[in-house]
Write a protein that binds this ligand. Sequence first.
Ligand code: CDP
Length: 246
Amino acid sequence: MKNNGIQLITNGKRLDGRTARDMRSIKITPNVVKNAAGSASIEWGNNKIIAAVHGPTEALPRHTANPDRAVVKCRYMMAPFSSSEEHGRAGMNRRAVEISKVTAEVFENVILLDQFPGTEISIYVEVLQSDGGTRAAGITCASVALALSGIPMKDLPYAVSVGKVGNDLILDLDKIEDNYSEADMPVAILPRTNSIVLLQMDGAMTKEQFKEGLAMVIESGKEISRIQKEAIRAAYQEPEKEKAHM
Ligand code: CDP
C-alpha cells in the first residue's frame, strides 16, 4: 500500500483540474532524429520523450542472435536533468533496466520477428523531462517510431496507466498522483484485438476496480491510437507539402 498523505481529488477535480477520466494532452511529432531508421517525440502532459529505432542489423554480440528471428533490444533512460529528483549519476539503474525489459517485451509481441532472422532491432527511449507515466508514454512513442522505420508489425501498441485514489479510479497519473495514489497500473494494449502486452501493478485494486480500470484504458486508447496514426500520416504528408512549395 502506498502512502496516501495528500488529498488528490477535491470535489471531483484532480490537482491539475482534470476529472477522473481525463487524460493529459498528448502531442506526437514524427521523424525527429535524422539518422535513426524511425523516430518520434512525444509530449504527454509534462513528459518529453524521444524514441528512436535502429535496425534490423546483425545481432551483436553474436551469442545474442537467434537464427530463427530478430531479437528486440530496448534501452530506456532518463536524462540527468529530466526530473525534480536527483538523477546526477548517469547510466542504468534498476528501474531503467526494468522499464527497458518490459518495453522490449511489448514490441516482441508485435514485430514480425521471423522476417529478420539473426538480426537485432534496437529501440531507444530517452526521457528528457518526466512527470509520471513515462513508460506508457515511451511505449506509445516507440510504436510510432517503429512504424516509421518500416519494420512490419501486426498492430500499433499504445499504453497508459490507471490508478486508484480511495474508491475512485483515475486515468493517466502524473508524478504526484503516482507517488500518493493507492494503486498505479500501467497497461499496454494491441488495439486490434485489445490484447494486453504490458500489465504492471504498484499497490492493490479489487477485481471490480481492475476490470473498470482496464475498460478506462481501452476507452482512452481510441484517442491515443488516433493521435499515433495522425503522427504517422503527417510524416508521409510532409514531402508532398515540401514539393508544393518548390
Ligand atoms: O514514469 P513511470 O510512471 O512509468 O515510472 P515510475 O517509476 O512509476 O515513476 C513515476 C515518476 O516518478 C517518473 O515519471 C518520474 O517523474 C519520477 N521518478 C524519478 O524522477 N526518478 C526515479 N528514479 C523514479 C521516478
